[in-house]
Design a protein around this ligand. Structure first.
Ligand code: ADP
Ligand code: ASP
Ligand code: MG
Length: 434
């Protein structure tokens, strides 16, 4: 075991320029902190140094610091565009090999920035840690993190800067965790190294009752439970990667979401909230949704099973499902799925239309899902009708509905999303009091 507490800690180190840095921690407690910074927090030189200085505040106070970084600014999107220029259908393996380079740039640049300020830092990629994932390129799951190398570097008094978003699989190939996956890397490292704190720094002041870029008077939440945050993240609130919340809940890692650009206190994500249970905690939207309708299916047992098992075999997840009442021996089944799976799903269904006994397939890509989330919902009647009233007042048509204990989702036309979010948010009086 390594000592985590000391009363008169004094350590000295020589930096590159030969200056001696003395770091003192008198009467303090050394804690291990994981700090994750997203792409916009690193978008240019000024922001890189802003982050470097925030990291150094904790280091100089005598703490151990592990930093997880995303790719700078829009680097990941630019890499995706670059790939498509060369090959519109690149293999997932090569795509991961390419996308992972964004994070590698960030960590080395940050280590250089910290070195230039006179402090010791070392960057590590997934291979060097190592962080092992499942084999699924583009959507890998972290399986095992070896803490030895990071621990050794911390003991050498280095600030350890780790690539977010990437892993290696059992073939020693590079994988990625899916868009937004650096949050998950941070939480996984916090769990693996038993960190005292895990802070997710981003470009907003915390988790809001809705995306503050869409709903202008969205209110910042002081606290939110893992369960509510998981629903919001899974339903499109990209402020946290949904698997990071899943992991945080599993390993009891308390998260703080806050801004890298302001000093405002952020939002704490944890198991139980002190506050009175809110009826509704937020509204989220997801435009990455499409709807498929299979028309004229024979109204007899086994057809829904046939349709969805064909999709499940290919790993395609469907979301909201609606089956029409059978009339004159036939029925329609429509469902939503991620836009990225649309092409494959349509080709599977069209190739099996006879087995499913459908007459045709219709596709609607210009749809989006808007969801209301709240743990208090289960015990309160009338939440759904209040939500539908808000949409009616705003003259927005609902195409599909699904509900669970703590959420209600509706499918609307994509061009109605912003109006729908604002109308629902207003109706539930979630706004900030001015
Ligand atoms: P990072 O690059 O730091 O990982 P992201 O772009 O992934 O940042 O996530 C932050 C963004 O999430 C914000 O800029 C905001 O527009 C969006 N967002 C969506 N829903 C919410 C919400 N409920 N609260 C806060 N931000 C949200
Ligand atoms: N750079 C990756 C992305 O843009 C991972 C992340 O930002 O968390 O999705
Ligand atoms: Mg993100």
């Amino acid at each position: 075991m390594y000592p985590r507490t000391f009363t008169y800690g004094l350590f000295a180190r020589e930096n590159k320029q030969g200056y001696l840095k003395i770091c003192v921690n008198i009467g303090g407690k050394t804690v291990l902190i994981v700090k994750k910074f997203g792409g916009s927090s690193l978008a240019n030189k000024e922001r890189v140094f802003n982050v470097a200085n925030r990291i150094l505040e904790d280091y100089i106070a005598g703490h151990e610091v592990i930093v997880v970084l995303s790719a700078q600014g829009d680097t990941t999107d630019e890499l995706l565009d670059k790939a498509k220029e060369i090959n519109p259908n690149p293999s997932r393996r090569e795509m991961d090999m390419l996308l992972a380079t964004g994070e590698q740039q960030s960590v080395s640049l940050m280590a250089m920035a910290i070195e230039s300020l006179g402090y010791p830092a070392i960057s590590l990629n997934a291979y060097q840690v190592p962080m092992v994932t499942t084999s699924t390129y583009g959507n890998a799951r972290l399986k095992k993190i070896d803490s030895d190398r990071i621990r050794t570097e911390l003991d050498r008094k280095n600030i350890v800067i780790v690539t977010g978003f990437q892993g290696i699989n059992r073939y020693e190939d590079i994988t990625t965790l899916g868009r937004g996956g650096s949050d998950t890397t941070a939480v996984a490292l916090a769990a693996a190294l038993d960190a005292d704190k895990c802070e997710i720094f981003t470009d907003v002041n915390g988790v809001y009752t809705a995306d503050p870029r869409v709903v202008k008077n969205a209110r910042k939440l002081d606290e939110i439970t893992y369960d509510e945050m998981l629903e919001l993240a899974s339903l499109g609130a990209k402020v946290l990667h949904n698997r990071s919340v899943e992991l945080a809940k599993k390993y009891g890692v308390e998260l703080v979401v806050r801004s890298s650009l302001t000093r405002e206190e952020g939002t704490i994500v944890k198991e139980e909230c002190r506050m009175e249970k809110m009826l509704v905690s937020g509204v989220a939207s997801d435009k990455d949704v499409a709807r498929i309708a299979v028309i004229g299916i024979k109204d007899e047992p086994g057809k829904a099973f046939m349709l969805f098992s064909l999709l499940a075999k290919k790993g395609i997840n469907v979301d909201i499902i609606l089956q029409s009442v059978g009339r004159e021996g036939s029925k329609d089944i429509s469902f939503t799925l991620p836009t990225s799976d649309l092409k494959e799903a349509v080709s599977i269904i069209e190739g099996n239309l006879d087995r499913i006994s459908g007459s045709k397939v219709e596709v609607d890509e210009d749809v989006a899902k808007v969801s209301l989330v709240g743990a208090g919902m289960a015990s309160n009647a009338g939440v759904a009708s209040t939500m539908f009233e808000a949409l009616y007042d705003a003259d927005i048509n609902i195409k599909m509905i699904s509900t669970s204990e703590i959420k209600i989702s509706v499918l609307v036309d994509e061009h109605d999303v912003e109006a729908a979010m604002n109308a629902i948010h207003e109706q539930f009086k979630l706004a900030a009091s001015k």
